[in-house]
Every structure is written in structure tokens, then in C-alpha cells.
Design a protein around this ligand. Sequence first.
Ligand code: PEP
Ligand code: MG
Length: 878
Amino acid sequence: MKRFVYLFNEGNSSMKELLGGKGANLAEMTSIGLPVPYGFTISTEACNDYYEAGKTISAEFQEQVLASLKKLEEQTGKRLGDPSNPLLVSVRSGAVFSMPGMMDTILNLGMNDETAEGVAKLTENPRFAYDSYRRFIQMFSDVVLDVDTFFFEQLLEEFRESKGYQSDPELTAEDWKEVIAGYKGIVRKHTKKDFPQEPKDQLFLSINSVFDSWNNQRAIVYRRLNKIPDHLGTAVNIQSMVFGNMGNDSGTGVAFTRNPSTGENILYGEYLINAQGEDVVAGIRTPQPIHTLQAEMPEVYQQFVDTCERLEQHYQDMQDIEFTVERGKLFILQTRTGKRTAQAAIRIAVEMVEEGIIDKNTAILRVDPDQLNQLLHRRIDDSHQRNQLAKGLPASPGAATGQVVFDADEAEALGNDGKKVILVRAETTPDDIHGIVAAQAVVTSRGGMTSHAAVVARGMGKPCICGCEPLKIDLKNKQFTVGGTVVHHGDIITIDGGTGEIMLGEIPMIDPQLSDEFQLLLEWADSARKLGVRANADNPVDAKKAFEFGADGIGLCRTEHMFMDTSRLPIVQKMILAESYEERKEALEELLPMQQGDFEGIFEAMQGLPATIRLLDPPLHEFLPDKEELLVEVTKLQLTESNAAELMEKEKLLKKVRQLEEFNPMLGLRGCRLGLMFPEIYEMQAKAIFYAIAKTTETGLDVKAEIMIPLVGHVNELKKMRQLVMDAAVQIQEETGKEFDYTIGTMIEIPRAALTADQIAEEADFFSFGTNDLTQTTFGYSRDDAEGKFLQAYIENKVLPDNPFAVLDQDGVGKLVSTGVSLGRKTKPQLKTGICGEHGGEKSSIEFCYQAGLDYVSCSPYRVPLARLAAAQASIRN
Ligand code: PEP
Ligand code: MG
């Protein structure tokens, strides 16, 4: 017989898969003697069985729940539905991975007409009893019976108005009874049934509903975003209620054991006096900071501080803790590993090593490389004036500029169109998640640092400002006002999530710098990693950035980018349009010193670290104007009949563009094929490199140049190009009278190259896997077309697990990489191998590269720190 239910004192934190994160932690806390209200957990297996059985629960399951309920009744000395001493419980979902705000919670279950009266008598607080009952009706109706909260809110508001009340605390017990009668009417109207009075019915209906919520829209979206498998299912936690709304000696709150935004080691959180459960997280009332609790309830505060310390030591990580104080007694409702910004993750990891709580390897594994992007983002340039419009809570750091939108759907639509938008709302709910994803940043006028918007934005590394109360949103007129200033929908604002400031217009931003803790963590990572990390850098500025971010060298310098410069493009075009060899040579002579200058700059920036320079790769038409545009211009000129010279020039250009036109340019005349057809181009580039080496070494600097031939598919292509480069070297060495070292290698980016890597290695000193082209050619997808036309649908329909241009396809493309490495090393055991496609900056691909035995990965300079960390994690994990 399968066991579906576990009392809190029967589990522990290792049972996360079965009990969910929340359930396992409640069990763990119970086992270490913390004040956790009694309860039990229904396992994720029960949820999966529910789905397997076509969304029905078995008699056996029901029996087990009832048996555990009985034990819970014994533990608490109360009974579900007993008016003389009623047990009230909460019902919460609890998945294996935390899914904040994704699942629905029901509080005060067990309330009905009779038990409400019982609670009133027992507590001598009828007002509290009926308020709790009406909250239960509202929550249960919303979550289980599918009756929108709006109807209840509307009734309550009308009631308040009819009585001339300003706020809920003014309602008396009799008032609440009247409201309850109204609420029941709403339920009857919308469900054609009476509100369920039998507590056991309430319980089973709620359990079903939690199971169902595993597959609600927002849970599905959250899982997709966070790559959480769909088959895990959710657990359900049934816990006896404690009340934070029993008067001014009660309250409820949320706290982190360290600041989740900066990582500072201080208790960080907020609470509300005389409030229940979800009031704090919901962001409806703005709560008070945790330290003021010290003055209000000194003993409780001290007990709470001690508990936090204990929990952190126990779990050896920063905790996010929910607590309730019922009539002066502290209860811990939940603890979990706290979500944090990248900045906080790093500081906490480093400080915990210094405090002796964890070791260095654990610290390295604690920081998610993906999160580091946040730190490598730009921030507002302090030399520019900030005309602060309003200030809210600094909920998630980083700065952003964008146009104001008030609606998540619109944010998504504009964001997908490549527009930068900032989502401004009173508060966000899980239904806004798609808009948050698409926005640059989020601003809310209500809610605290632990509100939905804050938690979600921090998780995504988006700048966020919460609780900006001076900001009054007027949805009808699509605008917000701050004092006398009106900001319309579509206006540009800039926000600083680190300070909470909102400014009008755009403000210049600057590049990030790495904090001391970050540097230290990366130093630890460098000692732990075996995989090299290089950067893709095409010019001296990027090369400097790469050096600054700790790259071990340049893994790819795409020389064509040097041709795109507006001052050089005309010369490049002259070279392409040349009618004769001499004419082309002339243009190339003009380009040579320019390229040489670039290379000198790059070698200087790298200060002796290796630099892989790739000879020209793209098809030549990329340097010429667009055909359609040219056609329009030529037609216009023909019509005006003036300016014959210009017309002739354009016609010549158009003719060349037509000549160069290809059906599949990515498979056409590009890469080493260009070098073979126009050897003078590669010759010029090789000479520029060698002149630059000769010049740079004069200053005493070491230069390690690695010359790379792109798009090789057959060894003979490489053989010819290798000879050409070596001839150029000999020529420059003779001319300058200088000896210098260099190596010649190739990109492996065509399947045939990987499959014949043993032959290719005969002519190559190194391999660099160009996984962009290798993915393109292995799948037979044209990257430019696939991403826009069908890849998204493929991923949504689970045809592919990920975009293979972002996350290396290990089964297919990866197999070619592994084959290439082992064949290449069969010929040359010491052959140096690396990867320079986009995948070089993606953590799972980096781990693959480590396992495949590559020497290095190469990625954009801004991703270098991330790759250093990911490479260290790969070493530690393997
Ligand atoms: C590659 O193909 O992976 C590569 C790095 O080259 P490019 O993206 O320039 O084609
Ligand atoms: Mg390529």
C-alpha cells in the first residue's frame, strides 16, 4: 500500500521530492524543536496519482487523510467541525521547487455557521470569529468554487459605504454577520449551491483544488520559465491555524535572515500587527520593518532573532521565514532558502565562507551563473543629474529606461516587438508574469520588499521599485501623476532599482564594475576550474574589457567587423567592385594599415595572452547595400534623368550585388572559400597580422597570435590556406628582419570537418568549434529564419527542449564536437581545442565542453565572469 500522508513529525528535509519544499521544511523544523503549528503533508505522489486516475481521489487516499486528521486532532486537542473546540486549518500547495505566488492557499478551513459561533465564544472575540469566517468564504469561493473575489470585494465596499465606514476594522461582529449572509448569497447565485458547511467536504474539495492548481496557467508559465519539469506534481500541506489577527498582541510577517537585495548580514523583513497570513505578501497594506518589532514585542523579537540564527546555521544558507504571533506567542510557519539578487548571492556566499559556515566549493556552487548577468548590467552614470520624480522601495537593483505601460499584455506585445517598456502597476499578481518577463523593469505603487513584484523581479534580475506611494495611477486616462507632474502612457522614464528612484526621460548609463566579493569569488573559481575562458572580441575596446573581466585570451576575433566601420566600408566596397586583380590589390593596400592598427591595439590590450584571429568569413554581399533599396534608387535616378554619373555608379553597384546574390548565402561563397577564390584578401589580412606582431614585439610585449581559417570542410582547403599564411609570414619576417611565433588553426563548424577531424588535424595547430554554424548545418536550420519562423513554436510544443542556438544540443551537435576532439587528438594528442559559438557563455553548454575535454570556451566579454564561474562549477560537480 502506498503511503500518501505524513505528519510533520514523521518527515525531514531530505524528503523534498515526496513532501515538496514547504512540507519537507515544516517537518525538518518540527524535528529540531521549533514552534511549528501541527499539521500533515499530502505527498506529490498523491497528486500524480490523482492525475493518473483522471483527476479523482481514491478511497484509500481518503482514508489515509482522515486517519492523519484524527492524529492532528489528538495533537491539537481540537476537532474539525466541533463547535465547542473547533480545529481550523490552512491548506497550501508545496511543490518540490518553490513557485512563489503560483499556487493558491486557503486559510481558516473548518469554519461554518456553528464553528464560527464556537470560535466567537472561545476567544470571546466574536468580531474576530466572523471576520475569519468571511475571509474563509471569500478565499474558498475564489480558489475552489471559482467565484471571483471581485464580487465579495464589491459587496464589502458597498456595505462599508452604506454604514459610512472608512476601513474594515470599523466593522462590528454584527456587521460581519450581515456581510457573511451576503457572501453566501453570492455563492448561491454563482454556483447554484449553498456554501459547503461540512468541514470534511471543505477539506477534500480544497485538496482537489490544490492538485488542480498545479496545472493552472500561471503555474505552467512559471514552470516553463524556470525549467521545472511538469511531472513533479505538488504536495499539499494541511496545518492547524494560528492567528495573527487576534488583536494588537498578534501579528504576522516575513523575514530573510540576510538582506536579499544586498546580502548584508542583518535581519531583513517586515510585519503587520493584527493581520492574517497573506496580508504581508499580498502587498495590500504596506508593512513595518522588522526591527520595530523589538520595541513592540521585545521578547517575541528576541525569540525570533534566535530562531532565525538557528535556522540559518541548520540549513547553512540564508532563509526566508514566515512567522505569526498569536497573543504574544511566536509560531514559525515556513522556512525556505531565500531568493536573492546576484549581488546578495555573492556576498552571502563569500561571507559564509569567512564565517566558517560553508567551504569555498560550496560558495562557488551557491551562485547561479545566469544570475550574474544582473551585475554585468549597466547602471546610471552618476555624472549625470538625476531629476528624481518619485522614490519607492529599492526592490531589485539595476537601472532601466523605457516607455511607460500599465498593462502586462501590452508590455508583452511591445517587448516582443523589441521595444523597451517599463511596467507600472498598483501591484502585480502572478497573472502579470508574462508582462514582467517582457519589460525592462517593474514599478508598483503599493506593496513591500516581499510583494509579488519584488520577489519575481529579483528572481529574474530585473530592476524593480515597489511601494512607490506618491505615484497615483489613473488607468482610465492611461497616465500616472506624482504631485503635479503627469506622466502619460508611452512617455520615457528611467528607474534605478538600487535606490528606488524614478526619473523622467532617458539618462546615460555606464558599464558595471565587479565588487570585491565578486572578484574574490571569481579568484576562487579560477583556482577550481580546469577549463579556460576566453572572450570573443573584435576590437581593442572589447579586448580591454575581456582582459578586465579576467579572460584567459581572445578565442575569436571576427575580422570582418573591422571592415564594417563606416570609414572603411567604402574601401571594402572598392575592393569588392574591383574589375581587375590590380584594382583589388590597390584597395587591399589601403585596408592593410587599418587592420594592422586594430591588431596592434588588440595585442597590446591582451598583454601577452593568446589571441585567435579569424580571417574573413561572411559572404561579400554583406558589405554592399541592400538590393531592393538600390533598385529603388536606380529607378528614381533613371526617372529624373539628371546626375548621369551617380546613376552609372549605382548601376554598377547593383550589377555587382546581383552577381554576388546567392540562394543560400550561409552555404555559399564565404569562409575559406573566399580565401581560395580571392587569395589576395587573406594574404592582406595575414600580412597585417604579421606586421602588427613585428611592431608590438618591438615594445617588449609578448604576442601569441593564433590565425584561424573559417568554414573548412575538407583538409585540402586548410592545406592551401595554411600555405598562403605561412608564405606571408616568411615574407614579412624577411622584410622586417624579425622572427616571431604564431600558430595556424581552423574553425570546426561544418559536420564534415568534425567527421574528418583526424585528417584536418594534420594541417591544424588548434581547433575552435564554431557551434553557431555547426548547429545551423547539423540541424539544417538557417539560424536567421529558424529563430523567427518556427523555433519558438518548436520549443512551446516541446519538439525541442531548448533553442539549440542558445543551449548546445548535446545529443547531436555535441556528438560532433566530441567526435572532432577525439579524432583530432588521435592525430595530434596535444591539439588545443576550444569553442567560440554563442554556447561558450551558457552554463550547461560550458559543463558539456568541460566533459568533452575542450581546453577553453570563448564568449562575449560580458559573459566572461559567468563562464569562469560555470567552468569552476563544472570542475567541482564532476
Ligand atoms: C560560429 O559559427 O560558431 C562562429 C563563432 O562563427 P560566426 O558566428 O561568426 O559564424
Ligand atoms: Mg561560423
